[in-house]
Design a protein around this ligand. Structure first.
Ligand code: HEM
Ligand SMILES: *[C@@H]1O[C@H](CO)[C@@H](O)[C@H](O)[C@H]1NC(C)=O
Ligand SMILES: *[C@@H]1O[C@H](CO)[C@@H](O)[C@H](O)[C@H]1NC(C)=O
Length: 489
């Protein structure tokens, strides 16, 4: 079966390739070559795709920047692209002239998530959805979630302890999924959650597979599971309407939204956006948390510094008997820097895609209508002009704010990540629990990155966890909790 599938894939690929080559012949002639940015377009159809995939993408893009400068053209995966790697050009594309560039994703991915999801849109519909998503992620909304997020994280970490090898990235994915469910549905009934989780896992697996609808393919299974997800969501929505409950979670705000004409969102639109948010929230956050574990493990000195910060809070909370407060999470300066530096080092969203909706001129160069534009976040984050000695993990660099538009782990402008504060909150709470209660050891290779498509430490960071020995904790408890009043000074 598997071999058969591979052969069919190759045939499909060849067919697309030939038809593409024929189309390309005609189109090529109209190119206004003289004003295009510098760069090489490589081979027909595959362009420079092979060069990109045969080496570290970091190095591929960095060499290009060295050779051609802040803006250059190339040809990747069948698209003519303009890459931008300077703060000014990124700001131009994402912020000041954002209306000239629309988000663009392969149709196969759009179909899996759902065409009405927020990130595929521009204009009024996008603005409306963005307000809804942002309101469920506002500081006020997040403050109300701190305790529940902490419970999810504490129980996830407890389940890992025992010294057996676990794949950190997988476990972090489970965790970020749970938080996503909490954000969207508040408390969700267990049977709904299980069905969502199982069907969503199938969608997730199909997302990066070859998009063929042939029977048995991962992509086809994913499309079928995606239909199941719509059914489950419709059931949840139906039950909620029956109960006439008005909850303040994301589903609640999507359900109660009306536009200027009084129109509500359709069930399809709601489903697409729920799947969209789950998707945007899960792997990104899981990847960031995995890197944090690695970077803390890599340097015992660094770990001690973070521990010292977190243990003060831990003791103040009666050695973990009280929940973390929102105010405490706002006051973890060292841990916060670890998060920022991890996001810079790992650059989880290495770049993003836009498409020019008209011919656009930038600094004398033409970006033709229909071309893709890719702001290269990772290259800016690893450019020694902006971040001294960029391969080095160095918390001190965040003692001053980075130069404007050089640090964009969450993007910028109209489509900037609305989940950034939630993601950071998860990372802060995770770090608090990790360093105050656990010890961990990375097993296997200590370096190397894999892309799936987000960068993750090799093999998802296989790790062993133990509950930290209780001497310190019992000592702490005795001091704070069980001691008779007269000994408290
Ligand atoms: C460390 C974790 C995360 C990273 C690095 C990250 C990064 C990003 C980036 C770079 C973008 C902009 C993409 C572009 O401009 O094309 C984005 C968009 C988005 N993110 Fe995140 N994200 C993270 C976590 C989350 C979480 C937890 C949520 C939701 C709870 C979320 C929801 C979204 C949504 C809905 C968008 C689309 C916004 C729009 O199109 O208007 N993200 N994210
Ligand atoms: C997917 O959801 C349906 C409900 O619509 C459920 O019956 C089915 O068991 C779920 N699939 C898996 C693999 O769990
Ligand atoms: C870390 O960064 C700071 C500020 O950029 C710099 O002064 C310091 O020398 C760096 N430390 C190391 C060990 O590279």
């Amino acid at each position: 079966m598997e071999k058969f599938e591979v052969i069919l894939c190759i045939i499909t690929l060849l067919l697309t390739l030939t038809s593409y080559l024929f189309r390309r012949k005609k189109k090529g002639e109209a190119c206004k070559r003289e004003r295009l940015p510098p760069g090489s377009m490589g081979w027909p159809y595959i362009g420079e795709t092979l060069q990109l995939y045969s080496q570290d993408p970091n190095v591929f893009f960095a060499n290009k920047v060295k050779r051609y400068g802040e803006i250059y053209k190339t040809h990747l995966l069948g698209c003519a692209c303009v890459m931008v790697a300077s703060p000014e050009a990124s700001r131009f594309v994402l912020v000041t002239q954002a209306h000239l560039f629309k988000p663009t994703y392969p149709a196969s991915k759009e179909n899996l998530i759902g065409k009405s999801a927020i990130f595929f849109h521009q204009g009024d519909y996008h603005t409306r959805l963005r307000k809804l998503v942002q309101s469920s992620l506002s500081p006020k909304a997040l403050r109300a979630l701190v305790a529940s997020i902490e419970d999810i994280i504490a129980s996830a970490l407890n389940s890992l302890a025992g010294g057996h090898v676990i794949t950190t990235f997988h476990e972090m994915k489970k965790l970020s999924f749970e938080v996503g469910i909490l954000l969207i549905f508040g408390q969700l009934e267990a049977h709904h959650k299980e069905e969502l989780k199982k069907n969503y896992t199938i969608v997730d697996r199909g997302y990066n597979s070859f998009p063929t609808k042939l029977p048995g393919s991962l992509y086809r299974k994913a499309l079928l599971a995606r239909n199941q997800l719509s059914k489950i969501l419709n059931e949840i929505i139906y039950e909620r309407k029956e109960k006439k409950s008005s909850q303040k979670d994301l589903l609640g705000s999507l359900l109660s939204s009306k536009d200027d004409k009084g129109e509500i969102l359709s069930e399809g639109q709601i489903a697409d956006n729920i799947i969209g948010v789950l998707f945007a929230a899960q792997d990104t956050t899981a990847s960031a948390m995995t890197w944090i574990l690695k970077y803390l493990y890599d340097d015992p000195q660094r770990l001690e510094t973070v521990k010292a910060e977190q243990e003060v809070i831990y003791k103040a909370n009666e050695v973990g008997n009280l929940h973390l407060t929102w105010a405490q999470t706002r006051n973890m300066p060292i841990t916060h820097k670890v998060i920022l530096e991890s996001l810079r080092m790992a650059s989880i969203i290495s770049f993003t895609f836009r498409e020019a909706v008209v011919d656009v001129e930038y600094n004398g160069y033409l970006i033709p209508k229909g071309w893709k534009i890719m702001p290269l976040f990772r290259n800016m984050h690893h450019n020694p002009q902006f971040f001294n000695d960029p391969q080095k993990f160095n918390l001190s660099r965040f003692e001053v704010a980075p130069k404007p538009n050089t640090f964009m782990p969450f993007g910028s402008g109209l489509h900037a990540c609305p989940g950034n504060e939630l993601a950071k909150l998860e990372m802060l709470i995770l770090t608090h629990h990790l360093v105050t209660k656990f010890r961990w050891e990375v097993v296997g290779p200590q370096s190397g990155t894999q892309y799936g498509p987000f960068p993750v430490p090799l093999h998802g960071l296989p790790t062993k966890f133990w509950k930290e020995s209780t001497t310190y904790r019992q000592h702490g408890r005795f001091l704070i909790k069980d001691a008779p009043p007269f000994s408290r000074t």
